[in-house]
Write a protein that binds this ligand. Structure first.
Ligand code: IMP
Ligand code: MG
Length: 179
């Protein structure tokens, strides 16, 4: 493991938490169908593990956004770059995100998806950094609340790298070379 990466949440802790969220969703929507909408690219590993823990009739779709800013922080302008193709009207939609940070992305997506008139719209975020919130939003299903540290792995990137790490790691610049 490079010296600029330090494990914050292990793959075992992730798996346990994803299983717990899957059970909660299975209970909350018993007897119904759900559409999981993953936010590319960060949520794709979380969605694929979560989907296998949901014992319901389920379909997937994906949406992609771009937020302008630095590589570590969104500047507040969120733009849609790929929409879902599934009609969401009258469906139980669960938006699946890697991390809820300022809340700007979620606020944007909530408005966009609410306009499609789903029956219910819930929000699952594997990670939550409540101290960074700029918008008054919270997730319905949360894996872990984390401190204000920049993290990578399990889908999360720094400049597109490290998404394939199996654990969630704190990334610190200056603590060593990126190797
Ligand atoms: P928000 O719009 O500020 O809530 O940010 C959500 C998006 O910012 C996430 O989907 C991530 O792509 C990115 N992000 C926020 N914090 C981190 C982090 O610690 N590591 C990697 N990406 C992050
Ligand atoms: Mg990102």
């Amino acid at each position: 493991m490079p010296s600029n990466l330090e494990i914050l949440i292990s793959r075992k802790q992730i798996a346990d938490s994803v299983a717990r969220i899957g059970q909660q969703i299975t209970r909350d929507f018993a007897g119904e169908s759900v559409v999981l909408v993953g936010v590319l690219k960060g949520a794709c590993l979380f969605l694929s593990d979560l989907a296998r823990q949901i014992e319901l009739d389920a379909t997937f779709d994906f949406i992609a956004v771009r937020s302008y800013g630095t590589q570590k922080e969104s500047a507040g302008e969120v733009q849609l770059i790929k929409d879902v193709t599934t009609p969401l009207e009258n469906k139980n939609v669960i938006l699946v995100e890697d991390i809820l940070d300022t809340g700007l992305t979620f606020t944007f997506l909530q408005k966009l998806l609410q306009a499609r008139k789903p029956r219910t719209l819930k929000f699952a975020a594997l990670l939550d950094k409540p101290s960074r919130r700029k918008m008054p939003v919270q997730a319905d299903y949360v894996g872990f609340q984390i401190p204000d540290k920049f993290v990578v792995g399990y889908g999360l990137d720094y400049a597109e790298r490290f998404r394939n790490l199996p654990d969630i790691c704190i990334y610190s610049e200056g603590a060593g070379q990126i190797v």
